[in-house]
Design a protein around this ligand. Structure first.
Ligand code: SAJ
Length: 400
């Protein structure tokens, strides 16, 4: 193959399929043999619009193959997860493990790129690691960092059209990596150094986290001040230089709620706002669960019976089926922990069934419940009819 990709997840697989669809031979590596087998059959193990077609075609034409062991290529892409450990410390062990396996295959002129979200300095660390094992290759290979920036649900489009930030450990590496991405990216390719590119990825997601925290903080203030936060934000945004995001039931997903910790863990004294934003967004989920509890008690006091409660939405954001790292799911779990034999209807229209939660159709749930809690602004909930006597707790602004 020309390109070996290590990691066939939410980014690695679409990226491999895209490169292969440009007539470049790609070998994708994943530690999971089931994933490898699925892909070699031209199928996919994740849900992402247009991905299945791209993989099926690339496999059929012979440009994309998968395996569990790395094959020699001229370009290596590291697209493995970088989670955090217990104390919100970034864990780069998958990047290290992938690099370790790539090292024996490297030869003069090769290009090694990390795409995984990484703490500042990771690419330089990997360069030092590579050269410690292969000193004869020093300055004879190219090493760069180029973060992915695609939005789940729109990956196949954004991979092609988004701008990319590309930072090599030296100028030659930057240029070599730019030449590589030019073949399949239509967005602009911006040259920088590796440290800046690493920080840029962390900055993008931290910026969004901070902005959402601002909206969430406003929602808490407005709740006390008896002001409709959605109307407030809409009006404030009429100002030409104000653009406030939407409050919600917390921030989830695998990026925005994670990446800021890659900054705060390394620069705890300096990253005051970034750290506080994480706290506010986490607190918002806790607060929502408390509000549901409060609503439940108030209902019981007023009606002398326990309410039936509909919990609408489990996904980490609207109109997707991804429940991982979801604040809505956290809230549902928390509410169920405190359950005192009320009836609960749990709703997630994007998922057929769930291992833990018994799911109810959204219309049926809204009909049967006394309290309807909107956690995620799924399109199905928008025009749902809810009779007036019901209590509505809208944490995602769908009924605004
Ligand atoms: N959210 C709000 N209010 C808003 C917008 C979002 O509460 O106004 C919440 C969502 O409900 C969700 C979370 O934030 O729980 C994150 O959702 P998102 O749509 O903002 O972002 P992700 O996590 O799906 O993807 C992000 C994107 N980054 C930015 O927009 C800066 C994407 O471009 C990145 O590639 C991706 O992270 C990643 O992989 O890092």
């Amino acid at each position: 193959p020309k390109v070996t990709t290590v990691g066939l997840g939410y980014i690695g697989l679409p990226t491999s399929a895209l490169i292969a669809s440009n007539g470049i031979e790609v070998f994708g590596v994943d530690i999971n043999p089931e994933v490898v087998e699925t892909i070699n059959q031209g199928k996919i193990h994740i849900i992402e619009p247009d991905l299945e077609d791209a993989v099926a075609q690339a496999v059929e034409k012979g440009y994309l193959k998968a395996g569990t062991k790395i094959k020699a290529a001229s370009t290596y892409l590291v697209v493995v997860p970088t989670p955090f450990k217990g104390n919100h410390e970034p864990d780069i062990s998958y990047v290290e493990a992938a690099t370790k396996e790539i090292i024996p295959h490297l030869k003069e002129g090769d290009l090694y790129i990390i795409e995984s979200t990484s703490p500042v300095g990771t690419t330089e660390k990997m360069r030092n690691y590579i050269y410690s094992k292969r000193p004869e290759l020093e300055n004879k290979i190219h090493i760069a960092y180029c973060p992915e920036r695609v939005l789940p649900g729109n990956v196949m489009h954004e991979l092609v059209h988004n701008d990319r930030v590309i930072g090599g450990v030296d100028e030659a590496s930057t240029q070599k990596a730019i030449a590589f991405y030019k073949d399949f990216v239509k967005g602009e390719l911006h040259a920088t150094n590796a440290r800046t590119a690493e920080m840029c990825k962390l900055t993008e997601n931290s910026s969004r986290d901070v902005q959402i925290a601002f909206a969430n903080e406003l929602s808490l203030i407005c709740d006390k001040a008896d002001i409709n936060v959605w109307e407030l934000i809409k009006l404030a945004n009429k100002h030409p230089r104000v653009n406030i995001l939407q409050p919600g039931c917390g921030v989830g997903g695998h990026c925005i709620a994670v990446d800021p910790y890659f900054i705060t863990s390394e620069f705890p004294m300096e990253s005051q706002i970034i750290g506080k934003a994480r706290e506010i967004n986490n607190y918002k989920s806790f607060w929502c669960a408390e509000q549901i509890k409060k609503g439940k008690h108030e209902f019981q006091l007023k009606h002398g019976r326990k309410p039936a409660i509909a919990l609408m939405g489990l996904a980490f954001k609207p109109n997707i089926d991804d429940l991982r790292e979801s604040p809505a799911k956290y809230i549902v779990q928390k509410v169920l922990q405190d359950a005192q034999d009320e009836d609960y209807y749990i709703v997630e229209p994007n998922v057929k069934s769930h291992q833990v939660f018994k799911l109810t159709d959204y219309q049926e749930a809204a009909e049967k419940a006394d309290i309807v809690v909107f956690l995620v602004a799924h399109k199905e909930f928008k025009d749902l009819e809810i009779s007036e006597e019901k209590v509505v707790l809208d944490f995602c602004g769908i009924r605004k």
